[in-house]
Design a protein around this ligand. Structure first.
Ligand code: AMP
Length: 539
């Protein structure tokens, strides 16, 4: 027997419609690419998204067409999210930090018809334009007065593009499984792969993001997503914040510590989300001033592991709570978020730290298990580690144009991460499958060793890779960026680490670099380090 309830499709338009109806005057503040801070609201964003939707249809955009954005976190970018998906087209957010060849590959693979770009990207799009096969028109995200000087021929500015369109739009109602947006994976190995999010997946992910034990989005918060809108839709914040009626502060292109601090301080930001490298810069600025941005209560750290050192700096030095989170492009992205269960509240800080360092706790909607190399499920004992598999309504089933399932025969997605799980649902990433160091028969967690190393006062950043060893096959090489002038030798670092990690993990070699190679989403490029240290042997 079927239930007798309405079968209302879960469409992205409903998110912004709700916010426009009940949180119309809630502010959306943007540090614009032009420089000044611009003030909008959910009501205004919705009205302008209606205009943009009409302008796109007038231009000839049809359902299923792909439209690229090469843009920072701004109000106009939010308008694009809603207008494009709302007419059944696909908002393809392109990572603007990619090399030209990658941009060309992605634009051609997606067959984007239009490209909306921020004006500081003008030179890049002008270089790329002759190599694109499907792009008909470029639209600069500015008004006529701020049109970039160098841009592809026939570029129109955003304000002129929408100027003539009506502010009223009858939003179409269609199947909730329709594609809404698209993001390519970072592609550290092989070509980037397109992940095509559906309306249903995006709405369910947005609802789950708001839970208190997930991101705890509240009407009384002011949220600043540092994580870019081209990196898995800024972790879904432009979709989840409207549900909670949460004010947003969009940082535009200026993501250095001082600029972020000033914006957060002035706009009363209570919560911000980003990757560890961004937070290191903000923390340096906070240390310099000896204070936090006035209203800042918490930060979410994801995309790469949060170390004990970074958690301590936020929490002990500045009284800002850290919530660790993990996810991936293929997961919309949220997989787990770390909040402490009440039974851990009474523990000492030292006892809580191993729990806080875990990537997070299971959220409803993401099923997880760990398996060995033969696919046999492993115990959830918090000790055994294995390949992390996931399943759920906001997880990829197939890559764009791949023509084949991305799943195991029994329907799981293999994350490529190695993790432990415990009975409370806490998950700890011990490594990427391709980064783990196999020393003899034992596995050494490069992430665990890096986290321990950055606790040393002389080490600002650390990356660990496996290098050849005649007896153990692979042993860890610790590559560090110094915090100051001091560069302690291997023996000193090993004796510091000896109290923190198993003896087997202690690095066999140490190298100092001025900086680590970072990819377009702020992750350390281990493949580059492996190339750089190819042929390195120890033992
Ligand atoms: P991306 O698809 O670019 O977001 O990358 C996803 C990958 O980043 C995951 O599969 C993890 O390997 C890594 N990652 C994301 N969050 C974390 C975290 N909190 N700790 C460690 N690794 C993470």
């Amino acid at each position: 027997m079927q239930g007798l309830m309405m079968n209302t499709p879960l469409l992205i338009t409903s998110l912004i419609q709700f916010a426009a109806q009940y949180h119309s005057d809630t502010p959306i503040v943007t540090r614009s690419t032009e420089g000044p801070v611009r003030r909008s609201s959910y009501g205004e964003i919705f009205a302008r998204a209606q205009r943009l939707a009409n302008a796109l249809i007038d231009y000839g955009i049809k359902p299923g067409d792909r439209i690229a954005t090469v843009a920072w976190n701004t109000d106009r970018h939010i308008e694009l999210y809603y207008a494009i998906s709302g007419i059944g087209a696909i908002c393809h957010t392109v990572n603007l930090r990619l090399a030209d060849e990658e941009l060309i590959y992605i634009l051609n693979h997606a067959e984007d018809r239009l490209v909306f770009f921020d004006t500081d990207m003008a030179e890049i799009v002008a270089r790329v334009q002759p190599h694109t096969k499907s792009v008909e028109r470029f639209i600069a995200m500015s008004d006529a007065a701020h049109q970039p000087e160098v841009a592809p021929a026939d570029t129109v500015d955003y304000e002129s593009f929408i100027a003539a369109a009506s502010e009223h739009h009858d939003w179409a109602v269609f199947d909730e499984n329709t594609a809404a947006s698209m993001c390519y994976t970072s592609g550290t190995t092989g070509d980037p792969k397109g992940v095509l999010y559906s309306h249903r997946a995006t709405v369910l992910h947005a609802m789950a993001s708001c839970y208190a034990s997930t991101l705890n989005l509240r009407t009384e918060d002011v949220v600043l997503p540092v994580v870019p809108m081209f990196h898995v839709n800024a972790w879904g914040i432009p979709y989840s914040a409207p549900i909670a009626g949460t004010p947003l502060v969009m940082p535009g292109p200026k993501l250095d510590g001082q600029s972020l601090f000033e914006l957060m301080d002035a706009e009363g930001v209570t919560m911000a989300l980003g990757v560890p490298t961004v937070w290191m810069n903000l923390l340096d600025h906070m240390d310099k001033l000896g204070r936090k941005p006035a209203a800042l209560e918490s930060v979410v750290i994801g995309g790469a592991a949060a170390s004990e050192a970074i958690i301590d700096r936020f929490e002990l030095d500045h009284g800002v709570t850290v919530n660790h989170a993990w996810g991936m492009t293929e997961m919309s992205p949220l997989g787990v978020v770390n909040t402490l269960k009440p039974k851990f509240h009474g523990l000492s800080r030292d006892q809580q730290m191993p729990i806080k360092l875990k990537q997070g706790r299971a959220i409803y909607g993401v099923d997880m298990c760990i398996v060995d190399d033969d696919g046999q499920e492993l115990p959830r004992d918090g000790m055994t580690s294995g390949r992390l598999l996931v399943k759920g309504p906001w997880i990829v089933s197939e890559y764009f144009k791949a023509g084949e399932s991305a799943l195991t025969p029994d329907g799981w997605f293999d994350t490529g991460d190695i993790a432990t799980l415990d009975a409370d649902g806490y998950m700890l990433i011990t490594d990427r499958a391709k980064d783990i160091i196999k020393s003899g028969g034992e596995w050494i967690s490069s992430v665990g060793l890096e986290n321990a190393a950055v606790g040393h006062p002389a080490i600002k950043q650390a990356a660990v890779i496996g290098v050849a060893h005649p007896k153990w096959l692979e042993r860890p090489l610790l590559v560090c960026v110094p915090a100051g002038d001091e560069r302690p030798d291997l023996d000193e670092i090993r004796s510091y680490l000896a109290e923190k990690v198993p003896k087997l993990w202690l690095p066999d070699a140490l190298e100092w670099l001025d900086s680590l190679p970072l990819g377009a989403t702020g992750k350390v490029l281990k493949a580059d380090l492996r190339d750089r240290f190819a042929g390195y042997t120890v033992g």
